[in-house]
Design a protein around this ligand. Sequence first.
Ligand SMILES: *Cc1c(COP(=O)(O)O)cnc(C)c1O
Length: 373
Amino acid sequence: MPVPFLDMRAMTDEVRPIVLAEWERLLDRSEFVGGDEVVKFERDWASYCGAARCIGVANGTDALHLVLRALDMAPGDEVVVPANTFVATAEAVVLAGATPVFADVDPHTLLMTGEAAAASITPHTRVVVAVHLFGQMADMTELGALCRRHGILLVEDAAQAHGAAWRGRPPGSDSVAACFSFYPGKNLGAFGDAGAVVTSDERLADAVAELRDHGRRLGSHHLHGSIGTNSRLDAMQAAVLRVKLPHLGAWNARRRRIADDYGERLRGTCARPVARRVEAMHVYHLMVVRVPARDVVLGRLASAGIDAGVHYRAPCHQLEPYRRYWRRPLPVVEQAAGEILSLPMYPHLDSDQIDAVTDALAACTVGSEAVVA
Ligand SMILES: *Cc1c(COP(=O)(O)O)cnc(C)c1O
């Protein structure tokens, strides 16, 4: 049985008639960028995250970039980021004019801990970016305490963590700001690119709102208070996100149930799921397991028609443009990069498909090791 990595069509079909009706309404009004629809989504998403403000932007990379710009990074300022993240996290730091400093992660969760971040702090550190990778929030208690102790700011990359929580608190609760991507494949995805910044800091919110619109002073047409960019959220995407938002809780619950099923059925195979912390409400953007001889296993799965992925094959510090920022050994990240495998994961994955994946993994296991060759 072939199993795709992601079935976006099933999610699209659940919302299609309502999205089309909303789009008809917007075409009638011919309001395409910003406007009422965007304001309404910003209100909905702020409220979902329990934050005072949400600023819709063009994508998740811009959300990070504009928050860092609003925090006034100066050349030489350092921003600590985990090395095993999507390149956009480090990219946003460089775009904002600061220097990324790569940190190692916890071997069980593959998330940056307070201890790992602490090892990368210098007198130049201004910000730590917690990346909630795979749908699980990093230990915000530890990272928050570390940042308070050093007088530095904590920012969240929540691009994979829509609806996640740490000790019951969603992204944006215990940091300066949380940055979301609504790229179509994320847990809450638009029908194109979109992103948002969530914060309870009014001044930061206003600064990001100004930067996303060419630095235009809020409420003014002609006054430009800063050199911004064009990173506005369009109304067509805001409408999709508003229609999809009421489904997010149920979709995340299905992802968690699927992860539990995987966990049970993978016992005794060569695949070990990345650990889940009890304090975390994990939303399983990705179902990541570790296997020995990963590329052999990946090949076997492909022959069985199972579409798996690797997130990410090369840690950021090993990507050519980012090597210059590499300072310290990152043994956990480097070992994990050769062992991680992302299994098919989406709310509509059914029990037979999960069986097909776990049977294929069992077939490449001898004892608890992967068959090599
Ligand atoms: C998707 C993603 C981003 C970037 O979001 P875009 O909307 O693609 O710009 C940033 N960080 C992480 C961890 C992501 O998964």
